[in-house]
Ligand binder design. Structure first.
Ligand SMILES: *[C@@H]1O[C@H](CO)[C@@H](O)[C@H](O)[C@H]1NC(C)=O
Ligand SMILES: *[C@@H]1O[C@H](CO)[C@@H](O)[C@H](O)[C@H]1NC(C)=O
Ligand SMILES: *[C@@H]1O[C@H](CO)[C@@H](O)[C@H](O)[C@H]1NC(C)=O
Ligand SMILES: *[C@@H]1O[C@H](CO)[C@@H](O)[C@H](O)[C@H]1NC(C)=O
Ligand SMILES: *[C@@H]1O[C@H](CO)[C@@H](O)[C@H](O)[C@H]1NC(C)=O
Length: 414
């Protein structure tokens, strides 16, 4: 109730409007891709035949392309006085996770944001122009995909699942897991596997497929809160948030610092608009890491917007928005004003902000530790062997001089 009241207060304080104040200096958007097909239908799925679907598993559908195109148009309207209509690599930098649906979503979005005008028109009757989208393989990406392996993170996550809270969650869901496993034909034993199944049912229901009768008692009502909770687990505490979202916040803050520290009219200016194309997990992780995640499944094209303002008087500040419906609603961090002073923002995020270099060494500290233990073991092992050998030789050597004495003094006992 209180949350609703606070939310309504924000809505009143920020009447829906595209007007963006003239002291806007930089914008960063992070969004989820558009509508897709199920990533992997369950074994008993009546719709597991590929012929039910227009595109292959986990791919962006036409509805998804259109939804992102519309979001691109929304950005164009919102930033009409901020982002020039002519494309320039000096204005915008786009990065996507290395997944087909996020790359395609970014492309559809940019088609809506940058329909060619004037000198950008390059082919008659084609309202599209090529715009670069940058990406690196997911298993090398610690910043956006956040899928670069991190052994320490895996240990923290295992610790979380052993905690009393999650032990209770799993015990509470024991019957539900068993029911879902039996009818779906796939083992459901964690929140994550429950969420995968929930997501598949959601997609089928949204496509107006009749769900099998067994789902009636569990979908959506019973499964929904657990699917929503599963989006909070990856960043459930500060240790997890730091290793999952820390490199992103480091990049964000470094970028905004660069913008605030660069004098107006400087020759080199980093782009004023950064676009990140990613996943529901990305959106949930970033919100949760800021302490601003109300448990839910981030819908298609759900977007976090960071706007940096550089007023002529006073210090730079941030406005943060979350657009998971038609309106972008302000996100208020618990310990910051709605106009969140940039310094305060840095302080609030400091406990989880971490450079990629630090991240790497922290993540692998477990491995370093294991190697150290192994090395110690090896050293000890050889020490023990040496001592035993030495002792054996020493004992032999002690006897030999006695024997020599004997031979040297043969007539002693004579
Ligand atoms: C999938 O559907 C197609 C077209 O209806 C059909 O030819 C095919 O046999 C089906 N495959 C399976 C495994 O049921
Ligand atoms: C599903 O049905 C609803 C209501 O009839 C309709 O508005 C919607 O367009 C349909 N969706 C699809 C994907 O066919
Ligand atoms: C499933 O439910 C529908 C109506 O809700 C009913 O007509 C149908 O017979 C049921 N099927 C089974 C296998 O129980
Ligand atoms: C901002 O970033 C650009 C590009 O990396 C760099 O050339 C410039 O020196 C930076 N400016 C500041 C003030 O950090
Ligand atoms: C949208 O976001 C708000 C605020 O985080 C959340 O309470 C709500 O459940 C979300 N709704 C949808 C449809 O995603």
């Amino acid at each position: 109730m209180f949350q609703l009241f606070v939310l309504l207060t924000f809505v009143a304080a920020f009447p829906p409007s595209f007007a963006v104040s003239s002291d806007l200096d930089a914008v960063v958007v992070v969004f989820r891709h558009g509508d897709r097909t199920p990533v992997s239908p369950y074994p008993n799925d009546p719709y597991k035949n590929r012929s039910y679907w227009p595109v292959d598993w986990g791919m962006l559908t036409n509805v998804g392309k259109l939804r992102h195109y519309n979001l691109g148009q929304y950005f164009r309207q919102r930033y009409v006085d901020f982002l020039p209509r002519l494309y320039s690599e000096k204005d915008i930098y786009v990065r996507s996770t290395d997944v087909d649906r996020t790359l395609m979503s970014a492309q559809a979005n940019l088609a809506g944001l940058y329909p060619p005008v004037g000198t950008d028109v390059w082919k008659d009757n084609l309202a599209w122009q090529p715009i670069p989208i940058h990406s690196i393989p997911e298993n090398m990406d610690a910043v956006l995909a956040a899928k670069k392996p991190c052994p320490l993170y895996d240990i923290y996550l295992q610790d979380l699942f052993k905690s009393e809270y999650f032990w209770k969650v799993n015990r509470l869901n024991h019957d539900l897991y068993a029911y879902l496993s039996r009818y779906s034909g796939r083992t459901v034993s964690t929140l994550k596997s429950l969420e995968y199944l929930y997501n598949t049912l959601f997609i089928e229901a949204s496509n107006n497929f009749t769900l099998p009768n067994w789902t009636n008692t569990v979908y959506p009502k019973k499964m929904q809160p657990w699917a929503a909770l599963s989006f909070a687990t990856a960043t459930f505490n500060e240790k997890l948030a730091r290793l999952k979202s820390g490199p992103f916040f480091n990049e964000l803050i470094t970028y905004f610092k660069n913008r605030t520290d660069t004098p107006k009219g400087a020759q080199y200016y980093s782009p004023k608009f950064l676009m990140y194309s990613a996943h529901d997990t990305t959106v949930a992780n970033l919100l949760n890491s800021m302490g601003a995640f109300e448990y839910h499944c981030p819908p298609y094209t759900a977007t976090i917007i960071f706007e940096l303002h550089k007023p002529s008087q006073g210090s730079p500040y941030l406005n943060i928005f979350y657009k998971n419906t038609s309106e972008a609603l302000p996100v208020k961090l618990e310990t910051c004003d709605i106009n969140c002073d940039f310094q305060s923002f840095q302080k609030i995020m400091a406990p989880i902000t971490i450079s990629v270099a630090e991240w790497k060494s922290e993540c692998n500290s477990v491995i370093a530790q294991k190697i150290a233990y192994f090395a110690m073991f090896v050293v000890l092992f050889f020490m023990v062997i040496s001592i035993v050998l030495f002792a054996t030789i020493a004992m032999k050597n002690r006897r030999r001089p006695v024997q020599l004495l004997y031979t040297q003094l043969p007539g002693e006992y004579n």
